[in-house]
Design a protein around this ligand. Structure first.
Ligand code: 3PG
Length: 216
């Protein structure tokens, strides 16, 4: 396993909220709301022009939150994200070039895989913790179980289509170390600046995972 490991980072709150932020103000409020609800890590995805500025702002204004970057697809994005202060790195994909750049930073990293060949490529690079993305579209827990029976050393963070309704199915399997998703940060709540509702959804998610005995 690479060190620092990704699973260590999220062991107290094994949920990785996927944040698509349109403004710094939004990112700061959402991060505070998630943290208040017990979620201690947040992944800000590089799908908006202000994503790197949001990472910088959250580092400064919400220092209690561990903030990382998501949707990495190029080594340059890795460098820029580290410069902005990202504390962990997530990608929807895995190539040797990209994963090597991610490993080089020394930060916890999580590349995306869905197939045996991609997992084998991860193992060749010493990576044993992967994002399974997009989870539901690629067969969800059924596919993960099949992969885990072959790759018993690999741990998964399914992301895509995970919600309060199905996270129990995922956490019932030992090969799952965390789940990712955006269900606790729905667009309408952000548009209405309903930060308390985001805190409530976060509390519900953490309570459900506690109940399953999967928070450290
Ligand atoms: C993403 O990268 O957008 C994540 O997969 C989030 O998926 P979700 O919105 O289905 O949780």
């Amino acid at each position: 396993m690479l060190k620092p490991s990704f699973s260590d980072l999220v062991k107290n709150s094994p949920i990785l909220p996927v944040l698509h932020m349109e403004s710094i103000e939004e990112a700061v409020h959402v991060s505070r709301a998630l943290y208040k609800g017990g979620i201690t890590c947040a992944e800000i995805v590089l799908r908006s022009p202000v994503a790197l500025d949001c990472i910088k702002a959250v580092r400064k204004q919400v220092p209690e939150m561990t903030v990382g970057v998501g949707t990495l697809t190029t080594p340059k994005q890795v460098i820029d994200s580290v410069a902005a202060g990202a504390q962990f790195l997530v990608s929807p994909s895995l190539t040797r070039t990209l994963a090597t750049a991610m490993i080089k930073t020394g930060l916890p990293m999580l590349p995306g895989t869905v197939s045996p060949s991609e997992i084998t490529q991860a193992l060749e690079l010493g990576i044993t913790e992967v994002k399974f993305f997009p989870a539901e579209q690629y067969g969800g827990i059924k596919t993960i179980k099949a992969l885990a029976s072959v790759f018993s050393q690999v741990k998964f963070c399914p992301t895509g289509g995970v919600s309060l309704d199905n996270l129990g199915e995922y956490f019932a399997n030992d090969s799952i170390f965390a789940v990712g998703g955006s269900w606790m940060v729905p667009k309408d709540l952000i548009a209405n600046k309903d930060w308390d509702a985001i805190t409530l959804l976060s509390e519900q998610a953490i309570a459900a995972i506690h109940k399953l005995g999967r928070c450290a």
